[in-house]
Design a protein around this ligand. Structure first.
Ligand code: SAM
Ligand code: ZN
Length: 286
């Protein structure tokens, strides 16, 4: 039997009507619009809305996603999870059934605990990577959609309470359009010192401080940040996690673990690698 649950946030990419999310006992089976356009979910539960158009960007592959998952499971970014919990609570607690959209959600690692705490919440995870979305699709309450953030978002005007954008591309004018009055966008960007030890070893590109670029891009559409926090930590990780931190990023597209591993050896001290975490969490509430 098909169970219909309306999800007003998502629009048909052909005619821009609100779609209905079709579910059965196993989860989401597809989307359907009143004009009869249908988007079937993949067997793994995510829905591809990039129909016939594709994207020029290369999606993160399974190896990269698995590396990111191991890093997150090792707790390297647990301070970020705690900060996100704190920063988002006032916005999510202000509404009964908040709608959250995670842009460039990956596996939905940061979305999962926010949704788990709020059974009435609905979330949409947007990402280019099917390997990431098949994981995000398993989170109860999450609709996982293959999408390119550079395009207009497939979401209705003023339909979203909270946008999350964590180390992912941003589309400020679209963020403004889809946010409800009283909603917020929480953006996480790396600071200049983020993983500097790996950058100094030539394993990651040097981070420029993205804070100014972020403020300039967001300001015309979402104003200046109403809250902005710097998160700086020194973390000790295993040599394997250090390799994972390299392989989960852009290097994962063109390097192999076997080539990266010897280059991390110089950083190992007492069986561990000491790394700097340097992040900024900015909240925009237009
Ligand atoms: C650095 S990862 C961060 C993932 C997740 N937010 C996290 O922190 O665990 C960046 C994510 O953005 C996705 N991405 C990159 N370009 C994108 C685009 N144009 N549209 C949608 N997703 C994109 C990648 O597939 C990847 O999952
Ligand atoms: Zn339609």
């Amino acid at each position: 039997m098909e169970l219909l649950t309306s999800d007003p946030a998502v629009l048909c990419v052909h005619c821009r009507a609100d779609v209905t999310v079709v579910r059965d006992e196993r989860g989401v089976t597809g989307l359907r619009c009143p004009a009869g356009h249908r988007f079937d979910a993949a067997r793994q539960g995510y829905v591809n809305l990039l129909v016939g158009r594709g994207s020029r960007a290369t999606p993160d592959g399974t190896e990269m996603i698995l590396a990111r998952e191991r890093v997150q499971d090792a707790g390297v970014f647990s301070a970020l999870s705690r900060t996100l919990h704190e920063v988002t609570a006032p916005w999510l607690d202000a509404v009964d059934r908040p709608v959250i959209v995670d842009c460039g959600a990956g596996t939905g690692h940061y979305l999962r605990p926010l949704i788990a705490e709020r059974p009435g919440a609905a979330a949409v995870a947007l990402d280019l990577s099917p390997a990431a979305l098949r994981r995000a699709a398993k989170i109860p309450g999450v609709l996982a959609v293959t999408w390119d953030i550079w395009r207009g978002l497939p979401l209705a005007d003023g339909s979203v309470d909270l946008i999350l954008d964590i180390f992912a591309p941003r589309h400020p004018s679209e963020f403004r359009r889809v946010l409800r009055d009283g909603g917020a966008a929480v953006v996480v960007t790396p600071g200049a010192e983020h993983l500097a030890e790996l950058a100094d070893a030539g394993l990651l590109s040097q981070q420029e401080d993205k804070a100014e670029a972020l403020a300039a891009a967001m300001e015309p559409h979402l104003g200046t940040a109403v809250d902005s926090r710097d998160l700086r930590r020194s973390v000790r990780v295993t040599p394997t996690t250090a390799v994972d931190l390299v392989m989960m990023g852009p290097a994962g597209h063109h390097r192999t673990r076997d080539a990266v591993e010897p280059l991390t050896r110089g950083l190992v001290d007492d069986d561990a690698v000491t790394l700097t975490i340097d992040l900024r969490i900015s909240v925009f509430a237009p």
